[in-house]
Ligand binder design. Structure first.
Ligand code: GTP
Ligand code: SPV
Ligand code: MN
Length: 597
């Protein structure tokens, strides 16, 4: 094997698999990623010399880089994402499936000699804190320096991981190949701990530790081993007495996880001494703790966050996190000072700029009706920032035991049906609430935007097995947690007749979190309705919010007609999920229908 530096393990299984992958892809040489600063610096220099990355203004954005992906490769591609179990029924009806043997044969042709003239990088990485009970290990092979540099931010990668590979590892093979969208494949072999990704170079398709491992493979492992891998943020809410209580929240892609995880409390609460700590913004791994509560870690080490809309007011913490050591992808390049810009950063777009496609850009030609083609930054442009950069990163971020979860919150973009917040009756009903989640699609995945689709637990694109069995696993977990979190549902996205958001959102969402934690502590009463417990308007503090009591009442109102309309759609969805939908959830659906009258 053409190792250009010393391997970080002598583990035969690792070395044999690298050899096999190198024989297929035929790189000129193989480099182990150590995480040593000298190697990282050299890779950055190399990527800049080929134009793969652009070094930004060192004074204004130290150690920051800009990268543009191919114009046809700017989001996850769900239609090209596959779960390759031996039996189709194990992948379920919601996932795309290819028989593993056939998949390997088809993809081998695409991988063949695809790294000729290139270097293969071997990235040993951990999801979770090295050595902790939660941690799992992986190795990603890739021909992309961009992927290497992102993985160094998003995971705990490099030399220290080497010895842990003996505990088992997930194999990930990524080849950029020709970026042919017709032959783009993101394939998972959960029965073989393997991920194959080819013909993409974008985020969730190629940073294999993230959605591929930490959600799809991990959800499969979680079911086998009795834990959960979820598309959830984790935050801690500190009260003036110093007590911190933690919640985990599942919102679909680009529906507000990063924003909620880092929120700055409104002045009213800040003055009293309330504070939010961010443990994670995208993925949570959850286990039953020795104390009978549910405990969570964020297996990642950085944030791959949506850039557009991030600004000094909406999310100052995220913005601060991107001011050094960050890689920007598909944002707008401000040529006047060699910095970056995106829609919603400020009202001052750059005069001389290059858009996300790499073309000269004139902000005067921006057309809301044709956002994709006229915006400076792509709507799904992202920043990759180290978690340590975030001013509100939790002191528990590296705690190998994680944090205890008081509440689980589901949510999505619903113009109408869902009220601002409601609480489920119990874990089983809460699982039902998660199973019927729906949200308008966003730019985070290729395809139409703004179409309402069912996205259970915000996991529709990320469950590595049958959806009905995943719900059954949720119900089983409920039976295993002696002191389970309470389950809620929120909707920041209700609109008025003109399509404007009624609720101010962002920092103001703190007011809803306060109600949720008050409910967990048994401090407030609530109104029992057909869909669950809804707040009495007086129990949500509006001081300084600019929201009137009338508006709040409107936000909390339940539109029975649209719920009834939804029942049919839910039945269709359950039918699509198929035979494994747990009987208990079917009963919950019947019960909801009869309560609605
Ligand atoms: P992924 O990284 O794709 O999983 O997304 P995410 O859930 O972390 O989404 P993020 O927090 O980045 O939010 C994406 C979009 O939602 C941005 O355009 C935000 O401006 C918008 N958003 C977030 N929170 C709110 C809110 O409370 N109200 C409104 N109206 N918009 C919000
Ligand atoms: C999402 O789409 O939910 C993301 C971005 O968090 S990606 O990593 O591309 O999946
Ligand atoms: Mn996500």
């Amino acid at each position: 094997m053409k190792f250009l530096n010393e391997p970080l393990t002598e583990n035969r299984a690792v070395l044999d698999w690298i050899e096999e992958s190198a024989a297929l892809t035929a790189p000129d040489g193989i480099v182990w990623i150590t995480g040593d600063p000298a190697q990282t610096e050299e890779l950055k220099r190399q990527a800049c010399s080929t134009g793969e990355m652009i070094k930004l203004n060192e004074e204004l954005l130290p150690d920051c880089y800009l990268h543009r992906t191919a114009v046809n490769d700017v989001a996850r591609v769900e239609a090209r994402t596959f779960i390759c179990t031996k039996k189709k029924e194990d992948a379920g009806n919601i996932n795309n499936w290819i028989e593993p043997g056939e998949c390997r044969e088809r993809l081998s042709k695409l991988y063949k000699n695809s790294m000729k003239g290139k270097t293969m990088y071997v990235i040993p990485y951990a999801m979770g804190q090295l050595g902790s009970e939660f941690a799992k290990y992986g190795v990603e092979l890739t021909d992309s320096i961009y992927v290497v540099l992102n993985m160094l931010i998003m995971t705990r990668a490099g030399r220290a991981v080497g010895p842990h590979l003996d505990e088992g590892f997930i194999k990930g093979l990524h080849a950029t190949a020709t970026l042919d969208p017709e032959n783009r494949y993101i394939c998972h072999f959960p029965e073989d701990n393997t991920i194959w990704s080819v013909n993409s170079a974008y985020g969730g398709n190629v940073l294999l530790g993230k959605k591929c491992f930490a959600l799809r493979i991990a959800s499969y492992l979680g079911r086998k081993e009795g834990w959960m891998a979820e598309h959830m943020l984790i935050l801690g809410l500190q009260s003036p007495d110093g007590v911190i209580r933690y919640v985990a929240a599942a919102f679909p892609s680009a529906c507000g996880k990063t924003n909620l995880a880092m929120l700055i409390p409104p002045e009213y609460y800040k003055k009293k001494g309330y504070k939010i700590w961010c443990v994670g913004d995208d993925i949570a791994w959850l286990r039953v703790g020795r104390d009978g509560r549910l405990w969570a870690v964020n297996p990642e080490n950085g944030f791959f966050g949506v850039a557009p809309g991030t600004n000094e007011h909406s999310n100052p913490n995220a913005l601060a996190a991107t001011r050094s050591g960050t890689i920007f992808t598909n944002v707008c390049h401000d040529l006047d000072n060699n910095t970056v810009w995106w829609e919603g950063l400020n009202d001052d777009p750059p005069e001389h700029a290059i858009n996300w496609k790499g073309e000269p850009w004139d902000y005067r030609k921006y057309d809301k009706a044709d956002k994709i083609n006229t915006s400076g930054a792509h709507p799904n442009s992202r920043f990759t920032a180290p978690a340590k950069n975030c001013p509100c990163v939790s002191p528990e971020f590296d705690n190998p035991d994680g944090v205890p979860i008081s509440a689980i919150i589901f949510g999505g973009r619903r113009a109408k049906t869902a009220p601002l917040v409601y609480q489920s009756f119990d874990w089983r009903h809460g699982t039902f609430v998660g199973s019927i989640m729906a949200s308008e699609t966003t730019a985070a995945a290729a395809g139409a935007i703004g179409v309402v689709r069912r996205d259970p637990m915000a996991m529709r694109p990320f469950v590595g097995y049958d959806m009905g069995q995943y719900w059954a696993h949720w119900l089983e977990m409920g039976d295993k947690i002696p002191d389970p979190p309470k389950i809620f549902h929120v909707n920041w996205f209700r609109t008025d007749g003109e399509g404007h958001f009624i609720w101010p959102g962002f920092g103001e969402n703190m007011r809803v979190l306060m109600w949720i934690l008050d409910r967990c502590a048994g401090k407030v009463d609530a109104k029992k309705t057909p869909i669950g417990y809804v707040p009495f308007a007086d129990d949500i503090n509006l001081e300084g919010s600019g929201v009137s009591k009338d508006t709040l009442n409107e936000l909390l109102s339940i539109d029975t007609a649209s719920w009834k309309e939804d029942i049919g759609n839910i039945r269709d969805f359950y039918a699509l999920v198929g035979d494994y939908v747990p009987q208990k959830l079917r009963e919950e659906l019947d019960a909801l229908e009869s309560r609605l009258g």
